[in-house]
Design a protein around this ligand. Structure first.
Ligand code: ATP
Ligand code: MG
Length: 437
């Protein structure tokens, strides 16, 4: 992409309404624009990142045999009357009346919708287990929408649902999702800690929230120091095998959000304990027959008798993740994207656009990188070098190839790594091979 022809409305001044770094940086980097409180338009740069995150989430869901569907944003109220949640949900639900005076709503989540589909289409235990997901916009009329896309009213969520014949099956589905979430966050460059969450009247231990640590997180958390070194990197996971040992490894140590904290345990942990703030980026939950019973989702079991299916739901805050990743990874100059989600992997900064030698060198590099299938942003604008440096850092390009007249004369370019800040002068070939390592 040539920056001179791109749409990148960056802002010089820090917008007054933005209280936290990710919100400020997303506005300044021209990623989003607010439409009304908690509702945003995604501009090209922001949308690229959102799509990159979506792709990783999608790949990891597909990898465990969870199948993608797409359910509507607008749902009939009657569906929610069946589960009893229409009246329970409260003012967070946006209620709409259509021209025939039918009560509708903008879905805050999709348990009812998916349970109805399942109930109408699946008849036998032989068709189980089943896992379905979609990545769809949700609406929750939050009391206090704030922090940009982190607590929006309209937001993008991946929500998956599992259906099993019995609680043993439900445990297997839950474990698959649990481990798949760990992998998803690792691929996104995040350290997300699974924390036991409230299971309400259902009871049991199958509810976890995944939180990343950040000073601006909304919840106060505490966890064992060992979580900092726990990781799945390099492990080859067989999702059809026994995942319980991995789940055990990630749940053995203490980790709790606000409402689940235990002062006794924390005292015993002493300096093994970390207290911090966290951002919830996912939540998985087994709720047994809570929806299958009222909505009639049953299958014929092996003995011919009908059984209500055991269900779970599994959410990831896809649009919140854009903000969360920035909270976890930025500095005073701007965003530092993990490679996996960066809007462009490489930037070319032409320090003297209009100079024949510089233009020629940059166009050559641009073409080479594009042929290699790289996402490149070529800053060919007629602008000062300082502006180009600042913008490349602001929008967080992981690698920056800096091309100026002096270097070009000697066949050299400068290569900057956004994360480490390291800059070195190299031959073009060395620079290109370095960024494709
Ligand atoms: P929170 O406690 O933050 O309100 P929740 O418990 O209401 O979250 P879930 O219903 O479990 O959230 O939704 C799944 C995921 O969707 C959450 O883990 C979070 O990442 C994301 N999410 C929830 N509410 C919002 C919101 N208002 N804006 C952006 N993302 C959200
Ligand atoms: Mg909520």
């Amino acid at each position: 992409m040539r920056l001179s022809r791109y749409y990148l409305p960056t802002l010089k001044d820090t917008p007054a309404e933005a209280q936290i770094a990710s919100h400020r940086l997303m506005l300044r980097a021209g990623m989003v624009r607010q439409s009304s409180a908690g509702i945003y338009s995604w501009l090209p740069l922001g949308l690229r990142v959102l799509k990159n995150i979506e792709t990783i989430v999608r790949e990891e869901q597909n990898a465990i045999g969870c199948h993608e569907v797409l359910m509507p944003t607008i749902q009939p109220a009657d569906l929610w009357r069946k589960s009893g949640r229409y009246d329970d949900y409260g003012p967070e639900m946006l209620r709409i009346v259509d021209r025939h005076e039918r009560d509708m709503l903008y879905g805050p989540t999709n348990e009812e919708q998916i349970t109805e589909i399942f109930a109408e289409t699946v008849r036998s235990y032989r068709e189980l287990p089943q896992m379905l997901y979609h990545i769809q916009w949700k609406f929750r009329d939050e009391v206090r929408p704030r922090f940009g896309v982190m607590r929006g009213r309209e937001f993008l969520m991946k929500d998956a649902y599992s259906f099993d014949l019995n609680s043993e099956g439900a445990r297997l589905s839950y474990n698959k999702m649990f481990v798949s979430y760990l992998k998803t966050y690792e691929r996104l460059g995040l350290k997300a800690i699974p924390m036991a969450a409230d299971t309400g009247p259902i009871g049991g231990d199958m509810s976890h929230e995944f939180l990343i640590l950040a000073d601006t997180g909304e919840s106060e958390i505490a966890c064992h120091r060992d979580f900092m070194d726990l990781s799945l990197i390099g492990e080859n996971i067989d999702f059809d095998g026994d995942l319980q040992p991995i789940v055990d490894r990630f749940t053995a140590k203490y980790a709790a959000t606000d409402e689940m904290r235990n002062p006794e345990t924390e005292k015993q942990l002493g300096d093994q304990l970390i207290t911090a703030r966290g951002i919830e980026v996912g939540h998985i939950f087994n709720f047994g027959t809570k929806y299958s019973k009222p909505m009639g989702a049953k299958v014929a079991g092996p003995d011919g008798h009908d059984v209500f299916v055991e269900m779970g739901s599994y959410g990831i805050g896809v649009s919140r993740l854009v903000g969360a990743i920035i909270e976890a990874s930025h500095d005073d100059d701007g965003i530092i994207w993990p490679d996996a989600v960066a809007p462009f992997s490489v930037g070319i900064l032409n320090l003297k656009s209009g100079d024949a030698a510089c233009d020629q060198a940059c166009t050559g590099i641009y073409d080479t990188l594009r042929t290699q299938g790289r996402d490149v942003l070529y800053d060919d604008r007629d602008a000062r070098a300082g502006t180009k440096f600042a913008d490349a850092d602001l929008i967080g390009l992981p690698w920056q190839l800096i091309v100026g007249p002096r270097g070009v004369k000697n066949g050299l370019v400068e290569l900057k790594n956004r994360k480490s800040g390291a800059r070195e002068e190299l031959s073009l070939e060395s620079a290109l091979s370095k960024i494709s390592e």
